[in-house]
Design a binder for this molecule. Structure first.
Ligand code: NIG
Ligand code: FE
Length: 408
C-alpha cells in the first residue's frame, strides 16, 4: 500500500525519547514523516523512502536544530480567577503556606474569586496562561478543577477547560479535583463535604463527560487518607483514572493509598518514604515531580529521587501551575529546576516532560515520543543539543510547534 505523506521534517537533531533507546534516543540528521495527525516515519534523513522524496511533499529543513516530542504538562491548575501575589508578600514577611491556608487564605481565597467569576471571565483569565505554556512548546496540558468546591463552580471550571480544548490547538486533559480543600461552608464537616464529592459532584462530572481522571489532596491541611479513600472508591466505581496530591508537606502515605487503587500518578512526593517506593513501582504508578512548588514554597525536603530511579518508577516533571504554590508558566524552566533542585539528569528531565508525562496522564501509547503511530506533536527548538533545554534559565528557544499534524 502506498503511504500518503502530508509533510516531512528533515535534517533535524531528533530527540525521539523512545524508551528502549539510550538517553534522548537521538537521531542526528534525522527526518520525520507526518500523515494527518500521526507520525508515520522516523529515521535518518538519508534513509527516507521513495514517496517522501517526491518534491510535492511539503518539507521543513530543520538545519540541524533540535526536534522533540511536544511537551506534556501533566499537572496544572491553570483555570482560576485572581491571583495570590499578596499572599506571596505575606510569606516573604514570615507567614507560612500552612498558616495562610489555615487562616482562610490559600486555596480558599482562590475559591472565592473563582466562584465569583463568570465562565467567560474565567476563560479569559485562564487563556493567556495556557497560551504562554503553548509558546514554550507545550502541546498537551492537564488542567484540574478544585477552586470551585461546590458542584456548579467545579463544573464551570471543567467547562472552561473543555472550551480551551475546543478553541485552541492543544490537547487538554481535564481532572476533577473536588477534594482539593474544605470549603468554608463545610467547616468542621469534612466528611459531609466528601459525601457531596462522592454522591453528587463525581456522578455529575461523569455524566457530563467533563473529566477523565480524579485527583485528591491528601494532606493535613486538606483531606485524611480515609476521606481520600472514599473519593477513590467512588471514582473507581465510575471508571475514572486516579491521581493523588500526596506527601507534599507531610507523610500521610497518600501515595501508597493511591497506588493501591492503581493510580496513574502520585504527585509532589517530597515526604514520600523510600520504603514506599517499591509499591509505586509494582503498581505502575508514575511519580510527578513539581520543582516549581518546591522552589516557590522554599521547601528543603526533596523527593526520594534516587530511590525512584533505582526502582524504575517513571518520573514525570510538571509546572503545577497555580496561583498559590507555583505560579509557573514555563515548562522548560521546570527542566532546569528538576535538574538543579531534584538532581535529575537532563535526559531524565526531558523524558519527564514528554514520555513520562504522557504516561502520567494515561496517554503513553498515544504521545510523548517520536515514533510511528504517535500523535504528530512536535517542537523545533532554536538549539542543537537537548541539554540546552535544561541549561538555559528564562530563555524560550521554542521555534515551531506542530499540534496533531498542524502548525499553528
Ligand atoms: O499542587 N497542593 C495542593 N494544591 C496546589 C496548590 C494550590 C494552591 O495553593 O492554590 C499544589 O501545590
Ligand atoms: Fe497541584
Amino acid at each position: 500500500m502506498k503511504q500518503a505523506w502530508d509533510s516531512i521534517w528533515i535534517n533535524a537533531n531528533l530527540a525521539t525519547l523512545i524508551a528502549d533507546r539510550p538517553g534522548y534516543g537521538l537521531i542526528e540528521s534525522g527526518a520525520l514523516g507526518v500523515h494527518e495527525d500521526r507520525i508515520i516515519w522516523v529515521g535518518p534523513t538519508a534513509d527516507l523512502p521513495e514517496p517522501a522524496r517526491q518534491s510535492s511533499v511539503p518539507r521543513r529543513d530543520c538545519a540541524g536544530r533540535l526536534v522533540t516530542p511536544g511537551l506534556v504538562d501533566c499537572h496544572t491548575h491553570l483555570v482560576y480567577a485572581g491571583n495570590r501575589a499578596q499572599e506571596f508578600e505575606m510569606r516573604l514577611k514570615g507567614a507560612s503556606y500552612e498558616q495562610i491556608a489555615r487562616s482562610g487564605g490559600g486555596i480558599n481565597s482562590t475559591v472565592r474569586a473563582t466562584r465569583q467569576a463568570t465562565a467567560d471571565e474565567l476563560y479569559l483569565e485562564s487563556l493567556p496562561r495556557v497560551e504562554q505554556l503553548m509558546r514554550n512548546g507545550v502541546t498537551t496540558v492537564e488542567i484540574k478543577s478544585g477552586y470551585g468546591l461546590d458542584s456548579e463552580t467545579e463544573l464551570k471550571m471543567l467547562r472552561v477547560a473543555q472550551r480551551l480544548r475546543q478553541e485552541l490547538a492543544l490537547n487538554v486533559k481535564a481532572t476533577f479535583l473536588g477534594a482539593h480543600a474544605l470549603p468554608p461552608e463545610y467547616e468542621g464537616r469534612a466528611d459531609e463535604y466528601i459525601d457531596l464529592v462522592c454522591h453528587e459532584m463525581l456522578p455529575r462530572v461523569r455524566e457530563a463527560g467533563l473529566a477523565d481522571a480524579v485527583d485528591a489532596f491528601c494532606e493535613n491541611i486538606a483531606f485524611t487518607p480515609q476521606q481520600v479513600e472514599r473519593v477513590f472508591d467512588a471514582a473507581s466505581d465510575l471508571g475514572f483514572d486516579i491521581k493523588c496530591h500526596a506527601e507534599q508537606l507531610s507523610n500521610l502515605q497518600g501515595a501508597v493509598l493511591a497506588a493501591r487503587y492503581g493510580a496513574i500518578s502520585v504527585d509532589h512526593l517530597e515526604y514520600l518514604a523510600e520504603a514506599d517506593v517499591p509499591l509505586l513501582a509494582r503498581a505502575g504508578t508514575a511519580a510527578v515531580l513539581l520543582p516549581g512548588a518546591f522552589y516557590f514554597l522554599r521547601e528543603s525536603k526533596r523527593p526520594p529521587v534516587d530511590a525512584l530511579r533505582r526502582h524504575q518508577v517513571p518520573m514525570a516533571v510538571a509546572t503545577d501551575s497555580n496561583p498559590g504554590s507555583s505560579p509557573v508558566l514555563s515548562l522548560t524552566l521546570m527542566l532546569n529546576m528538576a535538574c538543579t533542585l531534584f538532581a535529575l539528569t537532563a535526559e531524565e528531565a526531558l523524558a519527564g516532560v514528554t514520555r513520562e508525562a504522557a504516561g502520567a496522564l494515561g496517554l503513553g501509547e498515544q504521545l510523548g515520543t517520536l515514533e510511528p503511530g504517535k500523535r504528530a506533536d512536535l517542537v523545533e527548538w532554536d538549539v542543537r543539543d537537548p541539554a540546552e533545554l535544561s541549561y538555559f534559565i528564562g530563555d524560550n528557544p521554542c521555534r515551531t510547534v506542530m499540534y496533531g499534524g498542524r502548525i499553528r
